[in-house]
Write a protein of this length. Structure first.
Length: 383
């Protein structure tokens, strides 16, 4: 029975960050992943995720984002991988919309550099966008995108280089407190003991963390790529920003520049609003009516974008009722740390969550502000 200081279960975005940070501190760490090292069964795939600091979800996230940006830069430097690109970004909607007003609140509270653009100014700055006269935008120069697959790969590479033991295609089948303290983890290949266990289950949270008492929901989401009318040139990163756009009905879409070459198109998707599912029953097929609905909504705001449909990809969001994360020591198990409920807005935080999990697993506390993420919190958004 092999013994480790810490075992990390789940090596997607958050788990790969945790094994990286733990190994870098000289901790004897084992990482277990139920799939291979580059799978697309969860939420750490799709080529790109938005990153931004003027955070409409709550100003409480901003300190974590500032640290995440530092750690993404360090990850890029240490690994040589292309993990983060700043293109600038716009949060668009009516002035009173959450997307605009919440972003402005965070920017003003934390002194983040930003500009407010009316509809005419937004059209002049970015001709690919077509706002209505009553819409405005917050522009943030330090917004951009991160690459999920490259991030996970870079973190696992650095973790292995620092001494982490990584085991793929080896799902955890169970765990229990170990005699004398710590935990014992069972897999199909054997048993392992450790002083601490970190569980980052992604969409498997309802099964693996049912005892938390958090009513997680798993949501099927679809990412779409379209080749714009006339080609991608106006949508290149130096000319076209990342964006989140909230319309009068409260529905949001988000999208990216054309980051994958002249034939790669530009990615767009709905922000939430997917169908409930499970990892075992998700419909991986993307249907014609879904493609039409996405094209029609995108065309209202970016008239040249949905020229030709190229491809689509499903992924899984794991959500909490208030859409905030869960990051904490397990309330009933001192030797267990949990991190889940990130989908919809979590990947930009990956490296700082890894730092937090390393703190909690080694010292039981962290200097980062994480009270908002306790599983026993009251539901709601702080301000």
């Amino acid at each position: 029975m092999a013994a480790f200081d810490v075992i990390v279960v789940g090596l997607g975005g958050m788990g790969s960050a945790a094994v990286h940070r733990l190994a870098a501190r000289g901790v004897r760490v084992l990482g277990l992943e139920k799939f291979g090292p580059a799978h697309d069964r969860g939420a750490s795939h799709g080529g790109s995720r938005i990153t931004r600091q003027s955070y409409f979800e709550s100003p409480d996230y901003v300190p974590l984002l500032l640290r995440a940006y530092e750690l993404y830069d360090a990850l890029a430097r240490d690994s040589g991988a292309d993990v983060i690109t700043l293109t600038g970004g716009v949060m668009v909607g009516r002035p009173e919309s959450l997307t605009v007003s919440g972003s402005r609140l965070s920017a003003e509270r934390w002194g983040l550099e930003h500009e407010m653009l009316d509809a005419a100014a937004l059209r002049r700055r970015f001709p690919t966008l077509s706002p209505r006269p009553d819409e405005v935008a917050l522009y943030e120069a330090r917004a951009g995108f991160v690459r999920p697959e490259a991030t996970v790969s870079a973190q696992l590479t650095l973790a292995a280089r620092a001494g982490a033991e990584l085991r793929f295609d080896e799902p955890m089948t169970g765990w229990a407190p170990a005699t004398g303290g710590g935990v014992r983890v069972e897999t199909g290949a054997g048993s392992y003991t450790a002083g601490q266990l970190v569980i980052t289950p992604g969409p498997w949270a309802p099964q693996l963390l049912a005892d938390l008492g958090v009513p997680f929901t798993i949501e099927r989401q679809v990412q779409y790529w379209f080749q714009p009318v006339g080609g991608v040139d106006p949508f290149r990163p130096e000319r076209h920003p990342i964006y989140i756009w909230e319309e009068a009905d409260g529905r949001q879409i988000y999208g990216f520049p054309a980051i994958d070459g002249p034939d790669g198109g530009a990615k767009v998707a709905f922000f939430r609003g997917g169908t409930a599912t499970t990892p075992e029953t998700i419909d991986r097929e993307v249907h014609d009516h879904e493609i039409r609905a996405m094209a029609e909504r995108a065309r209202r705001n970016l008239p040249d974008l949905p020229g030709t449909f190229l491809r689509a990809k499903t992924c899984l969001y794991s959500n909490t009722p208030d859409e905030h994360f869960v990051i904490a020591r397990h309330p009933a198990h001192e030797a267990v740390t949990v991190a889940c409920g990130f989908s919809g807005h979590g990947f930009k935080f990956v490296p700082v969550v890894g730092e937090i999990l390393a703190d909690l697993a080694t010292t039981g506390t962290t200097p980062h502000p994480i009270d908002l993420f306790h599983p026993r919190r009251r539901t709601g958004v702080t301000s």
